[in-house]
Write a protein that binds this ligand. Structure first.
Ligand code: SF4
Length: 326
C-alpha cells in the first residue's frame, strides 16, 4: 500500500558518504513506492548551531543540490524547507502545550547529547523541545511511515505518544499512529575510525573532487597491527576494508587476499579504494556541479515544494485549530 513517508535532514554542512549510504540510498527506494516528503529542517539546525546561523541559508541550497544530484526527484517527491512552512511552528506550539515536561527530560537522546556534545550550547529551551518539533514535522503531513534506524525508535515513540495524547485531550482521531520503516544501513566510520561527523572533519563529502578524495583516502586509519609491508594484515579489523564492503563489494575477495597475504601495501589498497569511490561519485558530482551553477533553479524547486507542502500542512492545521479552538 502506498504510504506517506516523511524524512528530513538538518542543513548543518556538506553531505558525506555516511548520508549517502545511511539515508539517501534508502530514500531513493522509498521514492519509487511511496508518496515521500523530504524536509530540509533548518529550525532543527538553528536549535543546535545558532552561533553559525548565517551558514544555514547556504547549507540549505547545498543540501537540496546534493539530494537532487543523488536522484531525489522533485517531480515525484516533495522537497521543502521547514522554515518556509510556518505551520510547523504552529503545530509545534499546540503540541508544546500538551507535552509533559517529564517526557522530554527523560528522552535518552537528549540526555546523551547533553552529556557528549560539549562544543555546542544545548542547554536551551528550544533543544529540550526538539522532539516536539519533530512530532509536528511528521504529523503535519499525516505521515504514516518514517524511515529510521533502531536507535531512533524512542523518538518515534514520543511522536506517537504526543499524537495519542492530542487525540485523547481533544476527543478526535486527528492523527493516526506513525510506523517506523526500520532501515539497516551499512556501518561506515569516519576516515579516522571515529563516528563520521562534520565536527570531526573525517568524511569524504559528496562534492569532493577526485584529488580531495585521493588525499582524504591517504590518511585513512588501517589495521594498526600492520606496520611493515611484509606484515600480514587483518582486513576484518581495517576501516578501509569496510569501505570496500560498501563501495566496491566486487573487490573484497581480492582485498582480503592481498591484505592477509601481505601481497599489496596499504597505500596501494587505499589508492584503489579512492578510485572506486571517485568513480561512484562521478555522476553525482557532475550533476551537483551543474545544479549549483544555477541556484535560482534550486530556489524555484524549493518554492514549488513549499507550495505543495503548505497545501497539506494548511489542511491539517485547519482540522487541528477546529478541535482545539472550536
Ligand atoms: Fe587495510 Fe588494505 Fe592495509 Fe589491509 S591492505 S590493512 S585492508 S588498507
Amino acid at each position: 500500500m502506498k504510504k506517506t513517508v516523511f524524512s528530513a535532514m538538518r542543513p548543518t554542512g556538506k553531505l558525506h558518504l555516511g548520508h549517502l549510504v545511511g539515508a539517501l540510498h534508502n530514500w531513493l527506494l522509498l521514492q519509487k513506492e511511496h508518496k515521500c516528503i523530504f524536509g530540509i529542517v533548518d529550525w532543527h539546525a538553528l536549535m543546535g548551531e545558532y552561533e553559525q546561523s548565517l551558514e544555514i541559508k547556504d547549507n540549505v541550497i547545498e543540501m537540496a543540490a546534493d539530494w537532487i544530484a543523488c536522484g531525489i526527484d522533485p517531480e515525484k517527491s516533495i522537497i521543502f524547507v521547514q522554515s518556509q512552512v510556518p505551520e510547523h511552528l504552529e503545530l509545534q506550539m499546540m503540541f508544546s502545550c500538551i507535552t509533559p515536561l517529564g517526557w522530554l527530560e527523560r528522552n535518552p537522546t537528549y540526555k546523551e547529547q547533553l552529556r557528549e556534545i560539549k562544543t555546542r550550547d544545548l542547554q536551551t529551551y528550544g533543544f529540550l523541545g526538539y522532539p516536539v518539533l519533530q512530532a509536528a514535522d511528521i504529523l503535519l503531513y499525516k505521515a504514516n511511515a518514517v524511515p529510521i534506524g533502531e536507535d531512533q525508535l524512542p523518538h518515534l515513540e514520543l511522536t506517537r505518544e504526543i499524537s495519542r495524547r492530542f487525540n485523547h485531550i481533544f476527543k478526535k482521531e486527528i492523527f493516526e499512529d506513525c510506523e517506523a520503516i526500520l532501515t539497516e544501513t551499512p556501518r561506515l566510520l569516519g576516515l579516522d575510525g571515529r563516528k563520521m561527523s562534520k565536527s570531526y572533519n573525517n568524511a569524504i563529502n559528496l562534492s569532493d573532487t577526485p584529488e580531495q578524495i585521493a588525499s582524504k583516502s591517504k590518511v585513512m586509519i588501517t589495521d594498526t597491527k600492520r606496520i611493515k609491508l611484509t606484515d600480514k594484515g587483518h582486513p576484518e579489523e581495517c576501516n578501509v576494508y569496510s569501505y570496500y564492503n560498501v563501495f566496491a563489494p566486487q573487490q573484497t575477495k581480492d582485498v582480503y587476499q592481498w591484505c592477509s597475504k601481505a601481497e599489496k601495501g596499504c597505500s596501494d589498497c587505499k589508492k584503489i579504494l579512492s578510485q572506486e569511490i571517485t568513480e561512484q561519485l562521478k555522476e553525482i558530482r557532475e550533476k551537483r556541479a551543474k545544479l549549483i551553477e544555477d541556484k535560482n533553479k534550486i530556489r524555484d524547486i524549493l518554492e514549488a515544494g513549499k507550495q505543495k507542502a503548505r497545501q497539506i500542512a494548511q489542511k491539517t492545521l485547519e482540522e487541528v485549530r477546529g478541535v482545539v479552538f472550536g
